[in-house]
Design a protein around this ligand. Sequence first.
Ligand code: SIN
Length: 347
Amino acid sequence: MKKILLCLVALFLGVSMLEAKPKIAILATGGTIAGSIDSAVATTGYTAGVVGVDVLIKAVPQIQDLAQISGKQIANIDSSNMRDEIWLKLAKEIHTLFKSGIDGIVITHGTDTMEETAYFLNLTLKSDKPVVLVGAMRPSTAISADGPKNLYNAVALAASKEAKGKGVMVAMNDKILSARGVVKTHSLNVDAFSSPDFGDLGYIVDGEVFFYNKTLKEHTKDTPFDVSKLETLPKVDILYTYSNDGSGVAAKALFENGTKALVIAGSGAGSIHEDQKNVLKELMTKGLKVAISSRVVAGRVAVSQADKKLGFISAEDLNPQKARVLLMLALTKTQDPKKIQEYFLKY
Ligand code: SIN
């Protein structure tokens, strides 16, 4: 009788401990973390987005100790092919999962455009619950593939109490990086991500989460961007400036083909070749919006008062690909360059 009672107590404790674990949903979108090639030494030339979410989850059984895991395949692509449609699907799916009682989300994603998806979600999700993007620099078939440890870390982060309210984050190579600050700064190395402007948020060590920094910019619930009813996003493109960049042909062609706004990857603190700039000024009188970012890795751009009066918007310290994300969302709310400038200062 005593034995049965003890067994029942142990069973009850076991069940309640299991219930106490946070519920984490892994949403898979593809990338190198799901990449495969028939050579264990190959770290290039593989196909990204091959392995499914169930295989990714089974490859790291240790995540079951951290959380109650569920998985869903949202896409299975090389992230260089990321589309607005998948961003909108992700945002909607995450809101649905949070409403259904999920405590945190891990998104497996290609590293090439991870910072853009992270920033898009950082600006559009209306929740304090943790959302963590994770990827890998080496395919799942490689010796010393980095995906499994990165996935373990991402689940540990999403399951941690400390992650609440921090905005969308990226977990790569034991680092915690904010969606706004993170930049891919190496094309092949496993230590491919850093935050050149204001530092990483912290580290994940053996499943423990340590924060040392925080972002002061507003995010998630504190932004006005609501994509829940949107099927498309305004078309915004990026143009690079360089020596001898003078024709403006690309800017004209894009505008004539439906581009609503351009981000210019300016030189230095946001300079643009004068011939290109003259074309932009002309297009701006016809309705094109132009935000100036920089092709330099860190620092903010300096747009003169005279240029601001003409309607040029400073992308502040956002790199061109992130400035594009904010500009797209800004255009869902306003066409006024002054208001758009306020968004760039705030988010
Ligand atoms: C991709 O971005 O999908 C391919 C590259 C990577 O994941 O590292």
